[in-house]
Unconditional design. Structure first.
Length: 607
C-alpha cells in the first residue's frame, strides 16, 4: 500500500519526510520520492527501489520547510523512476503524490493531450498533476478542487506549488489521510505511524474533504467548498508500540504480544459473574442485531479465516444463520440482502479495497453494516453503521497474527453478546466468558515453551509441500496455518477440512511429507485421530497440535505441540499460535524477509 507524508512548519522538511517514509515502509512499496517547495520552485527527487536509494540522491542541506513524500506500490505502470511519485504538471511548479486509483484517467489523459499536455509517465497520478496545473490560476486549493471535480475513483493526495511555498493541499476520497497538529507545524500522513514521533494530536480527514494546510493553521472543506469542523483526537498508540521492542521482527513481537493484546481486547467488555458481554459500539443497533435473520461476514485473507470461525460461533451461540463470503466475490455476485440481513466486515487495516467495496455494496442494498476492525479512523471503521474495535494495537508485520486472534476474540464477544440476548442461558454464557477470560494467560503459558514450534520448523523447513488439517472450529485454523507458512516462507501449503483429504488430496501424501493436524479434545477427536492414521499409513509425517494431557496422541504423531484445554469454540485462539510460530521459524530458517514478504503489502488498498 502506498504511503503519504507531508510537512509544513518551521523545521527543515527533508529529514522529517524521510523519517516519515521509513515509518511507512512496512506497508510495502517499490519506489519513493520527495518534493520540496521554496524560493519560487519545486524540487522533486524520486527513484525506484528502497528509500535508501532515494536518500543517495538527496541534498539534506536543503532548508525548505514545506514538502511532501511518497512510497508507491505499483498499480498503473511498472515501478520505475519515471512512474515514482511525486508527479509534476507541465509548468514544473506543481507536484502531486497520490494513493488510490483514478478510474477515468484515460479519458482525462486524452482531454489534456488535446490541450497540448505531454505526459511523461504511465501513471494515473500524473493526470491529477496535469489537471491541477491546467486549472491553476494563483489559488492552489481552488485548482485542486476544480481538478478533483473531474476525477472519479479513489484518492488520497498531497500537493505543493512553487508559487505558494508555505502551503500543502490535501484531499481524501477512499484512501486515508491524517493531519498531525504540532507547534507551528503540521504533519500530513496516510498512517499514524508517520506522525507519532512528532505529535499525538490528530484530525482524521473524511471522504470528500480538502485540507489547506499552513504552518500555523489548516482549514477543512468539502469538495464543494463547504467548511468542515475539525475534530482533534488523541492517537491511542504510543511510538514504542510501533518500534520493534527488542524482537528481531515485528511478526515475532506481535506473536508474543498476543497475551497483552487479547487482554486489552477483552478489557471492560466481559462480566463473568453475570455472563454478560458489554460492547458500547453495538448499543445503538443491539435490537436489530438480536433480531437478525441472517448474518453475512465478509473479509479477505487471514481476516476471512477469522470470519469463518465467526460463522461457527454465531450459529452455535447466537443461533442465527451465518455465512462467510470472500469480499472480492461478494461484491460481484449480486448478493441477496433482505430484511434482517446484517453484513459484518472483518479487517485489521480497515483499508482493504475489496472489503470496503463489499461493504459499500451491502449498504446500498439496505443491510445494517458492522465493522470488526483494528485501525481507528480507517475507512471501514468510519463507513459502517456500528462496530467493535480489536484494540490489539498496531500490527506492523505483513503476516497477520495478533489481529487474527483479536478478530476471533471480538467475534466471540459479539456472538456471546447476541446469544445472551437470545437463547444462550446465563450459565452457558458465564462458562463461555470465563473460558474466554482465561485465554490471555493460557497463550502466555504456551509462549513460554515456544521451542517446540522451532524444532518442527528446523526439521521440515527444507520441504516444499505441507498439508494442514482441522475439523470444526479448527478447520479455519488449518487454512490460516497454511496461509501463514505460504506468505512468509514461500513454502506451498494447503489447508483442508480433515475429512476432505480422502476426497483427493490424500493422493499428495508422500514419504516424510509434513502434515500438520489440529487434534485437540472435542466432539471430533476420534475422527481426527483416524485422519492421522490415514496420513501415517501413507508415510506422512504428522505434526499434531493437541490438548495438554493427551497421552494417546504421542503414540501416533511424529511431533506433538500441546495447547491448554478450553471450550471447543475458543480453541482457535490457542491452536493458531503454534502455527504462527512454525511459519515464523520456517521463514527465518529459509532466510525470507519475515516482516516484508515478497510481493505482499500490509494492506491491499487496490482491487
Ligand atoms: C494475512 O497474514 C495477510 N496479511 C492478508 O491475508 C490480510 O489478512 C488480508 O489482506 C486482509 O487484510 P485486512 O485484515 O487489513 O483487511
Amino acid at each position: 500500500m502506498c504511503g503519504i507524508i507531508g510537512y509544513v512548519g518551521t523545521r527543515p522538511a527533508l529529514p522529517i519526510l524521510i523519517e516519515g517514509l521509513r515509518r511507512l515502509e512496512y506497508r510495502g512499496y517499490d519506489s519513493a520520492g520527495i518534493a520540496l517547495a521554496q524560493g519560487g520552485k519545486v524540487e522533486v527527487t524520486k527513484s525506484a527501489g528502497r528509500i535508501s536509494v532515494l536518500e543517495q540522491r538527496l541534498d539534506f542541506a536543503l532548508p525548505q520547510a514545506t514538502g511532501i513524500g511518497h512510497t508507491r506500490w505499483a498499480t498503473h505502470g511498472a515501478p520505475t523512476d519515471l512512474n515514482a511519485h511525486p508527479h509534476l504538471d507541465a509548468s514544473g511548479k506543481i507536484a502531486v503524490i497520490h494513493n488510490g486509483i483514478i478510474e477515468n484517467d484515460r479519458a482525462l489523459r486524452t482531454y489534456l493531450e488535446r490541450q497540448g499536455v505531454q505526459f511523461k509517465s504511465e501513471t494515473d497520478t500524473e493526470v491529477i498533476a496535469q489537471l491541477v496545473g491546467h486549472f491553476y490560476a494563483g489559488d492552489l486549493e481552488k485548482a485542486v478542487r476544480q481538478a478533483l471535480h473531474e476525477v472519479s475513483g479513489t484518492f488520497g493526495i498531497a500537493v505543493v506549488c512553487a508559487d505558494e511555498p508555505d502551503v500543502v493541499v490535501a484531499a481524501r476520497q477512499g484512501s486515508p489521510l491524517i493531519i498531525g497538529v504540532g507547534q507551528h507545524e503540521h504533519i500530513l500522513a496516510s498512517d499514524a505511524a508517520a506522525i507519532l514521533a512528532h505529535t499525538s494530536q490528530v484530525v482524521y480527514m473524511g471522504d470528500g474533504q480538502i485540507a489547506r494546510i499552513t504552518r500555523d493553521d489548516f482549514r477543512l472543506t468539502t469538495l464543494d467548498a463547504i467548511p468542515v469542523a475539525k475534530e482533534v483526537e488523541e492517537i491511542e498508540w504510543s511510538l514504542e508500540e510501533i518500534e520493534l521492542g527488542g524482537h528481531e521482527h515485528f511478526m515475532h513481537k506481535e506473536i508474543f504480544e498476543q497475551p497483552d493484546a487479547l487482554a486489552n481486547c477483552l478489557r471492560g467488555r466481559i462480566d463473568v459473574r453475570e455472563g454478560m458481554v458489554h460492547l458500547g459500539g453495538l448499543v445503538d443497533c443491539a435490537r436489530e442485531l438480536v433480531r437478525a435473520k441472517r448474518i453475512i461476514l465478509t473479509a479477505c485473507g487471514t481476516a476471512w479465516h477469522a470470519a469463518l470461525v465467526g460463522e461457527y460461533l454465531f450459529e452455535e451461540l447466537a443461533r442465527i444463520p451465518t455465512e462467510t463470503e470472500y469480499a472480492s466475490e461478494f461484491r460481484y455476485r449480486n448478493p441477496i440482502i433482505d430484511d434482517g440481513t446484517i453484513v459484518m466486515a472483518v479487517s485489521q487495516s480497515g483499508e482493504t479495497a475489496d472489503t470496503i467495496a463489499a461493504l459499500t455494496e451491502a449498504k446500498q442494498r439496505g443491510a445494517l453494516t458492522l465493522g470488526v476492525v483494528n485501525t481507528v479512523g480507517s475507512t471501514l471503521a468510519r463507513g459502517t453503521d456500528a462496530g467493535v474495535f480489536l484494540h490489539v494495537g498496531p500490527e506492523i508485520g505483513v503476516a497477520s497474527t495478533k489481529a487474527f486472534t483479536g478478530q476471533v476474540a471480538v467475534l466471540s464477544l459479539i456472538a456471546c453478546y447476541v446469544g445472551r440476548r437470545r437463547h444462550l442461558s446465563t450459565a452457558a454464557a458465564a462458562q463461555f466468558i470465563s473460558a474466554l477470560a482465561e485465554i490471555p494467560a493460557q497463550i502466555r503459558s504456551m509462549l513460554e515453551q515456544a521451542d517446540d514450534a522451532k524444532t518442527v520448523a528446523e526439521r521440515y523447513a527444507g520441504l516444499d509441500n505441507w498439508l494442514y488439517l482441522g475439523r470444526g472450529y479448527n478447520y479455519p485454523v488449518a487454512l490460516e496455518g497454511a496461509l501463514k507458512l505460504k506468505e512468509i516462507s514461500y513454502i506451498h501449503a494447503e489447508g483442508l477440512p480433515a475429512a476432505e483429504m480422502k476426497h483427493g488430496p490424500i493422493a499428495l501424501i508422500t514419504e516424510g511429507m509434513p502434515v500438520v493436524v489440529i487434534a485437540t479434545s472435542g466432539s471430533q477427536y476420534d475422527k481426527i485421530m483416524n485422519n492421522i492414521s490415514e496420513v501415517r499409513a501413507r508415510g506422512g509425517s504428522v505434526i499434531a497440535i493437541a490438548t495438554e494431557g493427551d497421552r494417546e496422541i504421542k503414540k501416533i504423531a511424529e511431533h506433538v505441540i500441546f495447547v491448554p484445554d478450553t471450550v471447543e469454540p475458543l480453541q482457535p485462539l490457542l491452536t493458531s499460535v503454534p502455527l504462527q510460530l512454525i511459519a515464523y521459524h520456517a521463514a527465518v530458517i529459509r532466510g525470507c524477509n519475515v516482516d516484508k514478504p515478497r510481493n505482499l503489502a500490509k494492506s491491499v488498498t487496490v482491487e
